[in-house]
Design a protein around this ligand. Structure first.
Ligand SMILES: NC(=O)c1ccc[n+]([C@@H]2O[C@H](COP(=O)([O-])OP(=O)(O)OC[C@H]3O[C@@H](n4cnc5c(N)ncnc54)[C@H](OP(=O)(O)O)[C@@H]3O)[C@@H](O)[C@H]2O)c1
Length: 97
């Protein structure tokens, strides 16, 4: 089964997660504000307890949060760094070159 994790469930991340679910993916989600995952969980997504668990859950991880600073806050932990090895990280957050 195709698997992907989505980190950041704002307008864009939650829509991406919904589309992945609709296209048959097993989707794991994590968001700083947990309540935003509710409708996705009802639609079949799995809510990870933290970002490292979301990274560990899938071979492909989509990050879509406010900015690079937020991305760094999420990814720059030892747990997430260890979990990222060998996985594909797709950064959709808007940033500067
Ligand atoms: N919407 C679009 O059509 C669109 C199109 C192209 C590009 N983008 C880009 O995609 C990115 C997300 O856009 P959006 O419209 O989905 O934004 P949004 O609805 O404002 O959602 C922002 C997301 O970032 C999270 N976030 C912000 N600061 C955080 C932090 N310090 N730590 C952890 N999470 C944090 C928020 O978590 P909380 O829920 O906890 O606040 C939320 O999940 C942006 O970079 C935007 O420029 C969006």
């Amino acid at each position: 089964m195709l698997e992907a994790s989505v980190i950041g469930l704002g307008t864009m991340g939650s829509t991406l997660a919904q589309l992945l679910l609709q296209n048959g993916y097993r989707v794991t989600v994590w968001n700083r504000t947990i309540a935003k995952a509710k409708s996705l969980v009802q639609a079949g997504a799995v809510l990870a307890p933290n970002a490292a668990a979301a990274v560990s859950a899938s071979p492909i991880i989509v990050v879509c949060v406010h900015d690079y600073s937020a991305t760094n806050q999420i990814l720059a932990t030892k747990e997430v760094a260890a979990a990222l090895a060998g996985r594909i990280l797709i950064q959709l957050t808007t940033g500067s070159p």
